[in-house]
Design a protein. Structure first.
Length: 163
Protein backbone atom coordinates (compact mmCIF):
# COMPACT_ATOMS: atom_id res chain seq x y z
CA UNK A 1 0.00 0.00 0.00
CA UNK A 2 1.48 3.34 -1.02
CA UNK A 3 1.34 6.60 0.98
CA UNK A 4 -1.31 5.66 3.49
CA UNK A 5 -3.41 8.27 5.26
CA UNK A 6 -5.16 7.79 8.59
CA UNK A 7 -8.91 8.09 8.17
CA UNK A 8 -11.75 7.64 10.65
CA UNK A 9 -15.21 6.32 9.92
CA UNK A 10 -18.35 6.64 12.03
CA UNK A 11 -20.71 3.66 12.03
CA UNK A 12 -24.35 3.64 13.09
CA UNK A 13 -27.48 1.51 12.74
CA UNK A 14 -30.84 1.12 14.45
CA UNK A 15 -32.79 -1.37 12.33
CA UNK A 16 -32.60 -5.13 12.68
CA UNK A 17 -29.71 -6.54 14.73
CA UNK A 18 -27.75 -3.27 14.72
CA UNK A 19 -24.86 -4.62 16.81
CA UNK A 20 -24.34 -7.56 14.45
CA UNK A 21 -24.57 -5.19 11.49
CA UNK A 22 -21.81 -2.97 12.88
CA UNK A 23 -19.58 -5.96 13.61
CA UNK A 24 -20.07 -7.15 10.01
CA UNK A 25 -19.43 -3.60 8.75
CA UNK A 26 -16.07 -3.58 10.55
CA UNK A 27 -15.23 -6.74 8.60
CA UNK A 28 -16.34 -5.15 5.33
CA UNK A 29 -14.21 -2.06 6.03
CA UNK A 30 -11.23 -4.32 6.77
CA UNK A 31 -11.65 -5.89 3.32
CA UNK A 32 -11.53 -2.60 1.38
CA UNK A 33 -8.80 -2.37 -1.25
CA UNK A 34 -5.67 -0.46 -0.25
CA UNK A 35 -7.06 -0.07 3.27
CA UNK A 36 -6.13 -1.59 6.63
CA UNK A 37 -8.42 -1.53 9.66
CA UNK A 38 -6.21 -0.29 12.50
CA UNK A 39 -8.78 -0.07 15.30
CA UNK A 40 -12.47 -0.66 15.93
CA UNK A 41 -14.16 1.02 18.88
CA UNK A 42 -16.50 -0.66 21.30
CA UNK A 43 -20.17 -0.44 20.40
CA UNK A 44 -22.33 2.18 22.10
CA UNK A 45 -26.10 2.45 22.47
CA UNK A 46 -27.11 6.03 21.79
CA UNK A 47 -30.51 7.71 21.86
CA UNK A 48 -31.92 8.66 18.47
CA UNK A 49 -30.90 12.17 17.46
CA UNK A 50 -32.72 14.64 15.22
CA UNK A 51 -35.79 12.47 14.73
CA UNK A 52 -36.26 11.03 18.21
CA UNK A 53 -39.31 8.78 17.70
CA UNK A 54 -37.34 5.74 16.54
CA UNK A 55 -35.25 2.94 18.09
CA UNK A 56 -31.96 3.76 19.81
CA UNK A 57 -28.87 3.57 17.62
CA UNK A 58 -25.79 1.46 18.00
CA UNK A 59 -22.73 3.57 17.13
CA UNK A 60 -19.02 2.90 16.75
CA UNK A 61 -15.93 4.22 15.00
CA UNK A 62 -13.17 2.70 12.90
CA UNK A 63 -9.64 3.93 12.31
CA UNK A 64 -8.06 2.89 9.04
CA UNK A 65 -4.87 3.45 7.09
CA UNK A 66 -5.79 3.88 3.45
CA UNK A 67 -4.23 4.74 0.13
CA UNK A 68 -7.69 5.49 -1.29
CA UNK A 69 -8.39 9.14 -2.10
CA UNK A 70 -11.18 10.67 0.03
CA UNK A 71 -13.85 10.43 -2.71
CA UNK A 72 -12.89 6.83 -3.48
CA UNK A 73 -13.02 5.89 0.21
CA UNK A 74 -16.44 7.54 0.56
CA UNK A 75 -17.74 5.68 -2.49
CA UNK A 76 -16.46 2.38 -1.05
CA UNK A 77 -18.28 3.15 2.22
CA UNK A 78 -21.50 3.96 0.38
CA UNK A 79 -21.21 0.64 -1.48
CA UNK A 80 -20.91 -1.17 1.86
CA UNK A 81 -24.07 0.63 3.02
CA UNK A 82 -25.90 -0.54 -0.12
CA UNK A 83 -24.76 -4.13 0.47
CA UNK A 84 -26.35 -3.90 3.92
CA UNK A 85 -29.65 -2.73 2.45
CA UNK A 86 -29.44 1.04 2.76
CA UNK A 87 -31.16 3.13 0.11
CA UNK A 88 -30.35 6.76 0.86
CA UNK A 89 -32.84 7.98 -1.77
CA UNK A 90 -35.80 6.48 0.13
CA UNK A 91 -35.05 7.41 3.72
CA UNK A 92 -36.04 10.26 5.97
CA UNK A 93 -33.35 12.69 7.17
CA UNK A 94 -32.08 11.51 10.58
CA UNK A 95 -34.47 8.58 10.31
CA UNK A 96 -33.96 4.87 10.95
CA UNK A 97 -31.31 3.06 8.93
CA UNK A 98 -29.81 -0.35 8.43
CA UNK A 99 -26.27 1.08 8.30
CA UNK A 100 -24.75 4.55 8.20
CA UNK A 101 -21.06 4.99 7.40
CA UNK A 102 -19.64 8.50 7.61
CA UNK A 103 -16.14 9.62 6.72
CA UNK A 104 -15.34 11.66 9.83
CA UNK A 105 -11.66 12.46 9.33
CA UNK A 106 -9.17 11.99 6.49
CA UNK A 107 -5.71 12.85 7.76
CA UNK A 108 -5.57 16.59 8.38
CA UNK A 109 -7.59 17.32 5.24
CA UNK A 110 -10.35 19.89 5.19
CA UNK A 111 -12.64 19.03 2.28
CA UNK A 112 -15.80 20.90 1.29
CA UNK A 113 -17.29 19.36 -1.84
CA UNK A 114 -20.87 18.43 -2.72
CA UNK A 115 -21.49 15.13 -0.93
CA UNK A 116 -18.13 15.13 0.89
CA UNK A 117 -17.28 17.32 3.85
CA UNK A 118 -14.32 16.44 6.07
CA UNK A 119 -14.09 16.80 8.98
CA UNK A 120 -17.67 15.61 9.08
CA UNK A 121 -19.94 18.63 9.72
CA UNK A 122 -20.84 19.12 13.36
CA UNK A 123 -18.63 16.19 14.41
CA UNK A 124 -17.46 18.27 17.37
CA UNK A 125 -21.10 18.63 18.53
CA UNK A 126 -22.17 14.99 18.33
CA UNK A 127 -21.40 12.75 21.26
CA UNK A 128 -22.65 9.66 19.39
CA UNK A 129 -19.72 10.15 16.97
CA UNK A 130 -17.11 11.66 19.32
CA UNK A 131 -17.32 9.09 22.12
CA UNK A 132 -16.42 6.08 19.93
CA UNK A 133 -13.98 8.18 17.88
CA UNK A 134 -12.07 9.04 21.06
CA UNK A 135 -11.57 5.30 21.62
CA UNK A 136 -9.74 4.83 18.31
CA UNK A 137 -8.19 8.25 17.57
CA UNK A 138 -7.95 10.41 20.71
CA UNK A 139 -4.88 12.29 19.48
CA UNK A 140 -6.15 13.19 16.01
CA UNK A 141 -7.31 16.75 15.42
CA UNK A 142 -10.67 18.03 14.27
CA UNK A 143 -9.83 21.11 12.19
CA UNK A 144 -10.81 24.21 14.14
CA UNK A 145 -11.78 22.23 17.26
CA UNK A 146 -8.62 20.57 18.54
CA UNK A 147 -7.88 16.98 19.51
CA UNK A 148 -10.69 14.41 19.41
CA UNK A 149 -10.11 13.51 23.06
CA UNK A 150 -10.58 17.12 24.18
CA UNK A 151 -13.73 17.56 22.06
CA UNK A 152 -15.14 14.33 23.51
CA UNK A 153 -14.34 15.51 27.04
CA UNK A 154 -16.16 18.83 26.46
CA UNK A 155 -19.34 17.30 24.98
CA UNK A 156 -22.38 16.27 27.03
CA UNK A 157 -22.55 12.46 26.74
CA UNK A 158 -26.22 12.19 27.64
CA UNK A 159 -27.52 8.63 27.74
CA UNK A 160 -24.74 7.06 25.66
CA UNK A 161 -23.77 3.69 27.12
CA UNK A 162 -21.30 0.97 26.15
CA UNK A 163 -23.06 -2.07 24.74
Amino acid sequence: MSAAVTACIGLGANLGDAAATLRAAFDAIAELADTRLVAASPLYVTPAWGLEDQPDFVNAAARVETALAPAALLEALLEIERRFGRDRSREQRWGPRTLDLDLLLYGDAVIDLPGLQVPHPRLHERAFALVPLADVAPELHIAGHGPVQEAAFRIERGAIAAL
